[in-house]
Structures are given as C-alpha cells and as structure tokens.
Ligand binder design. Structure first.
Ligand SMILES: Cc1cc2nc3c(=O)[nH]c(=O)nc-3n(C[C@H](O)[C@H](O)[C@H](O)COP(=O)(O)OP(=O)(O)OC[C@H]3O[C@@H](n4cnc5c(N)ncnc54)[C@H](O)[C@@H]3O)c2cc1C
Ligand SMILES: C[S@@+](CC[C@H](N)C(=O)[O-])C[C@H]1O[C@@H](n2cnc3c(N)ncnc32)[C@H](O)[C@@H]1O
Length: 421
C-alpha cells in the first residue's frame, strides 16, 4: 500500500505511525499473488444472507443485463427453501436501460445501453431514477432490507440514496422518530394537564438512539418546559452507557425545565437479543459479555448519577434493580454524599421484587413498584423477559434462590479480566 502525503499536518501525523503501517511502494507487487478476495457473486450472496432477518424488499439501482439481479434472486430463492418468510421479499431492478447518462472515467455516455432483459421473478422499474423513483413507488415498496447500488455515476447514486433512505428501517430513525413524536406529544400534554409523571421505558438497541433523541427533543420544546414531570431509562449493560449519560447531563445543562428529569438506571432486559443480533450481523456486541462487567459499570453509573445530582444537575435518580448488592451500593453512596435517603428512589417490579420492596419500605426508603397493566397477549413479551430473568444462571434472584451465602451476594463486583487473571 502506498500512501500519498499532501499536507505538512498529515506528514506530522504520519511520522508518528509505525513505518509498517504506511507500507512501501512495492507492497502490491509483493502481495498480489498471495491475496484472496471474494468474488462479486460471493459478496452479493453474503448480502442476501446478512439481510435475511430484516424485513423489506430488495432493490437494485443499475441492473444493465441483470447479471447481479439474477445472482441475488437465485440466492433469495435458495433461502426460501428453508425460510418461509423470505417469500415475502421481492426484488426490484431499477434501470433506464439507456446506459450511462453522462461520461464516467473511461466510459462514454450511453455505455451499458441494452434491451430490457427478461428477469424471471424480478420486478423491473424502467426509467431514469430521477423519473422512476417516485413517492408512489416508495409507497408500494414500503420497506427495504437490502439495496445494491451499482449505477456508476455519483449523481445517479445520490438520487437513489435520497429516495431510499426513508425506506431503510430500522436505519431510518428520522421517520420513526417523527411517527413516535406525533403519538408522544398528546401523551405529554395529557400528563401535564393531569399533573402525572410520564416515564418512557427503553427497549433494545434498534430503537435506543431514536428514543433518546425523541425524548430530549420533545422535552426541550417550549410547550413542555413547565411540565409534565418525565423520565427515561439508562441501560448499564451497554458499553456506551457512560457516553449516553454524558449526553443527558450535557442536555440538562443546556435546558431549563420546571421538573427534574428522572433517570431510571437499569442493567437492561434485552441482553440475549443484543448478543444474538450482533453476532448475526457480524457486529461487535453493544453489551458487556460478562455479568461482572455490567455490575461494575452499573455501580459506576450509580455514582456518576448521584454525583451529578449533588452537583446541581436537574435530575432525579431512580435505581431499578432486584440485586441487593446494586441497591445497597446506591443507598450507601447516596448517604456518603450526605443526601437524604428519600432523595434516592428505588424501583422494583411487581411479582419479582416483592420481598425486597417490603424490606426497603420497612427501612424508610423510598420504593416505587412497577406493575404491568394492559392486554395479556401484548404483554407476553414482558412476561417472557421476566421468565428469562428469573431463570438465568447469572441472575441475582437465581443465585439468591440457590442459597448462595449473603457475603458472596454482597461482594463488590470486579471487572471480568481482573477476576479471570
Ligand atoms: C422497575 C424496573 C423497571 C425496568 N425498566 C426497564 C427498561 O425500561 N428497560 C430495560 O431494558 N430493562 C428494564 N428493567 C429490567 C432490568 O434492565 C433488568 O433486566 C432486571 O432488573 C434485572 O437486573 P437486576 O439488577 O435486577 O439483576 P441482576 O441479576 O443483578 O442482573 C441481571 C442483568 O445483568 C445483565 N447480564 C446478565 N448476564 C450478563 C452477561 N453474561 N454479561 C453482561 N451482562 C449480563 C442483564 O442486563 C440482566 O438483566 C427494569 C427493571 C425494574 C426493576
Ligand atoms: C455498471 S451497470 C450495472 C451492472 C449490473 N449491476 C450488472 O451486474 O451487470 C450501470 C447501470 O446503471 C444504469 N444507470 C446509471 N445511472 C442511471 C440513472 N440515473 N437512472 C437509471 N439507470 C441508471 C445504467 O443504465 C447501467 O445499466
């Protein structure tokens, strides 16, 4: 690999790098016989496989004679043999079939002009993207799970991407946020009128950023400056939770509201889901993979939240856990800061934390018990999460039920790499 140096600034940065990283001009000669790269069809087949769990259609922008579209179609058909839901996916091939609209590198305008190919099982969208990618087509397609952009030209690619972006879910937070904002605003108004507190739960990573941005945006609106009292959730099993806390504290510094924002600190209820999802896509896991690392982070976040509150940041701290150690740590640190016990809210779930709730209340501590209400079928996912929580080997409740001695249950958590060393 040869690297071009263009400015003194860059030169200064590059001189700090190890020479091996910069490579040498004859690298390519040395490596070219030894490298293996996937073929184009392997890449397309892999893309079909990676997008399997995502619902939505498959779009190609720039199809020419249909070589790549056929490769994707054949792979989609193979997946249909063993996965029924792949039948719901269609492939759309978009092309003018007039070839390139302008010259590109060594290819003159008109290159790739061809007759409209016959592509069995593929829907052809004929025309220049500027004309064919209409809102009507967007409404018909609805959702896209995979897009193959192969139109060569920058202008064509930009046109396709602009049309495509709102159809890529869950990667279209703007659209999701707009829909959710329209539903959340009336709830905030109602809560304000009735003097109620509105707390918004946090679910999996798919929606985390959108939910966070949505809450902060809405609560920042003039209309909601005086109320209602509202709250959100911080999930300690997320590796980037300290940065999320920074973001919230920064927001609180820049926005004045009549009510302090309640931050409910939890560990997170979607651990298995996050891990499986990340593995399926080949992404690094967003969650800690060792329980002790989640526990250490949870305690660190507890202290940071209580410190921020003590420093005058407009937040109320609510620690939601059934883990005696995590709860005791929060109570002890709150006292260490000289705050009143009632300045800290402890939260439990009805059915799982009943004995803990009673014990905490007997000690004069402030406890809120969350109780699910609503339709049983819609609530099944909630019940399954609670079932997993109760039976997981790593769970505090499970350890307690197994009769692990109190000293062990209350021992300070240690980071996994320290414990393993
Ligand atoms: C009042 C209340 C409200 C809640 N609201 C929400 C909410 O809005 N959103 C939400 O996501 N959850 C919510 N939860 C659930 C919460 O996130 C936890 O799943 C649950 O409380 C169990 O954590 P614990 O501290 O009680 O128990 P513990 O047994 O100490 O911790 C279990 C938790 O540790 C984590 N964990 C387990 N195994 C591993 C591992 N191998 N590596 C890394 N981490 C691991 C998981 O987060 C698991 O839930 C809420 C809980 C309560 C009590
Ligand atoms: C490199 S070819 C596509 C090759 C094809 N994917 C394959 O596997 O054989 C690029 C195609 O993009 C189409 N194209 C480029 N810009 C376009 C635009 N603005 N509207 C419609 N088609 C366009 C051209 O007509 C051409 O067929």
């Amino acid at each position: 690999m040869a690297m071009a140096v263009t400015s003194p600034d860059q030169e200064q940065h590059l001189s700090a790098l190890h020479p091996w990283l910069l490579g040498s001009p004859d690298d390519w000669e040395m490596w070219r016989g030894k490298m293996t790269t996937p073929t184009r069809s392997q890449v397309l087949e892999l893309a079909i496989q990676i997008s399997r769990p995502i619902s939505g259609h498959i779009m190609e922008f720039g199809s020419w004679k249909g070589y790549s579209a056929r490769i994707m179609r054949d792979e989609l058909w193979r997946t249909r043999l063993w996965e029924r839901r792949q039948w719901r996916k269609h492939i759309y091939a978009c092309d003018s079939f007039e070839g390139l609209a302008e010259s590109y590198e060594h290819l003159p305008a008109g290159t790739f002009k061809t007759a409209v190919p016959t592509l069995r099982g593929i829907r052809i969208v004929k025309g220049y993207f500027e004309d064919s990618l209409t809102p009507k087509l967007a409404a018909e397609v609805g959702q896209v799970s995979l897009a193959h952009l192969d139109a060569d030209l920058y202008s064509s690619t930009v046109t396709a991407l602009n049309w495509l972006t709102p159809l890529l879910r869950p990667d279209a937070p703007e659209r999701g946020k707009r829909d959710a904002a329209d539903r959340l605003r009336p709830l905030l108004r109602r809560a304000h009128e009735r003097g109620a507190h509105l707390h918004i739960d946090m679910e999996s990573m798919d929606s985390r950023d959108a939910v966070l941005e949505l809450i902060l945006e809405l609560l920042g609106e003039d209309e909601f400056r005086d109320g209602p009292s509202a709250g959100m959730v911080l999930q300690g099993y997320l590796r980037d939770s300290p940065q999320t806390l920074d973001q919230i504290v920064q927001w609180l510094g820049a926005h004045e509201r009549a009510h302090a924002l309640t931050i409910r600190l939890v560990k997170g209820a979607y651990w298995d889901h996050e891990l499986v999802e990340a593995k399926q896509h080949g992404w690094p896991a967003p969650v800690f993979e060792h329980k002790s690392d989640t526990d250490v982070n949870f305690e660190m976040l507890t202290r940071r939240l209580l410190d921020a509150r003590a420093a005058g940041v407009g937040l109320r701290v609510a620690v939601a856990s059934h883990n005696l150690r995590s709860v005791s740590h929060a109570i002890a640190y709150n006292r260490l800061l000289g705050a009143d016990d009632t300045d800290l809210e402890l939260q439990v779930l009805r059915g799982l934390g009943d004995p803990l709730q009673q014990a905490l209340a007997r000690l004069g501590l402030r406890v809120r018990t969350y109780c699910p209400v609503g339709d049983l079928v819609a609530g099944m996912a909630y019940l399954v999460r609670r079932l997993l929580e109760n039976t997981s080997n790593d769970s505090f409740l499970h350890e307690q039920a197994r009769g692990v001695p109190l000293d062990e249950l209350l021992a300070p958590p240690r980071p996994h790499d320290v414990t393993a060393a």
